[in-house]
Write a protein that binds this ligand. Structure first.
Ligand code: FMN
Length: 225
């Protein structure tokens, strides 16, 4: 089995990356191969609206026609058994890096028909989010809708979707060095020591679960809006 994890944070050793590393370790504990890809290492774009992936009889039908660093990884996802996307929340949404990746991962397989979407098989798909805000404000900020929408698209393409939200993350290595009066550095430290490890365990378990046989969720049948 193979798990591919994509880190949408430009930071390669912070909250999002750490959670994804735990997910990979969970997958490896089940004997699976796990690959952690830092999107910030790649030169790639989002969808360019060329529509080659939708062109009837075209050589790129059902595949993204862009040729850049993401191209070989998109082909590998078709061979994988599970993917986990990880992104910090930036201004109420996943990062631009992750958004560009999502467009390329998902759009080629969504069809403008009443028929099924055309990713070649069902795989496990997860999304791990990290954010500064605490979990109480998810609905007020619209973030819960965003999480739900991403789940909708992941489920539509891959047949499965789960989300893990890691809230109130530690943002700086030393809060005294940055203008950040609204934060209580001690409370942040406590959260990091007591709650973040639980999130890491949940990510590990996601990796384990994704590399174990199990139930498939139903893909939504509604056409792409
Ligand atoms: C440009 C920018 C925008 C951010 N916007 C938000 C936000 O809208 N809501 C939030 O809860 N946290 C926000 N954050 C905080 C990050 O989501 C949080 O620190 C996250 O855990 C960082 O992930 P990383 O440690 O993997 O880089 C923002 C951080 C940056 C740099």
């Amino acid at each position: 089995m193979k798990l591919m994890a994509f880190n949408g944070s430009p930071r390669k050793a912070w909250n999002t990356a750490t959670l994804l590393e735990h997910a990979c370790e969970g997958a490896e504990s089940m004997g699976a191969e796990a690959q952690l890809i830092h999107l910030s290492d790649l030169y790639f774009s989002g969808c360019t609206s060329c529509y080659a992936c939708k062109r009837l009889g075209g050589e790129s039908y059902g595949r993204c026609a862009i040729d850049d660093d993401l191209t070989p990884l998109l082909a590998e996802v078709e061979e994988a058994d599970a993917i986990i996307l990880g992104s910090p929340i930036y201004l109420g949404a996943e990062t631009g890096l992750m958004r560009n990746c999502l467009e390329r991962l998902l759009f080629p397989y969504l069809t403008y028909t009443d028929g099924p979407n055309i990713f070649p098989k069902d795989i496990r798909a997860g999304f791990v989010y990290t954010m500064n805000m605490d979990g109480k404000h998810l609905a007020d900020t619209g973030l819960q809708s965003r999480v739900d929408l991403n789940e909708y698209y992941l489920r539509a393409v891959y047949g499965h979707a789960e989300s893990l939200l890691s809230c109130d993350t530690y943002q700086f290595s030393d809060y005294s060095l940055y203008e950040s009066d609204i934060f209580d550095a001690e409370a942040k430290e406590k959260q990091r020591m007591e709650v973040f490890p639980q999130d890491c365990r949940a990510a590990y378990q996601m990796g384990v679960r994704f590399c174990t046989g199990g139930v498939r969720q139903e893909a939504p049948t509604a056409p792409m809006p």
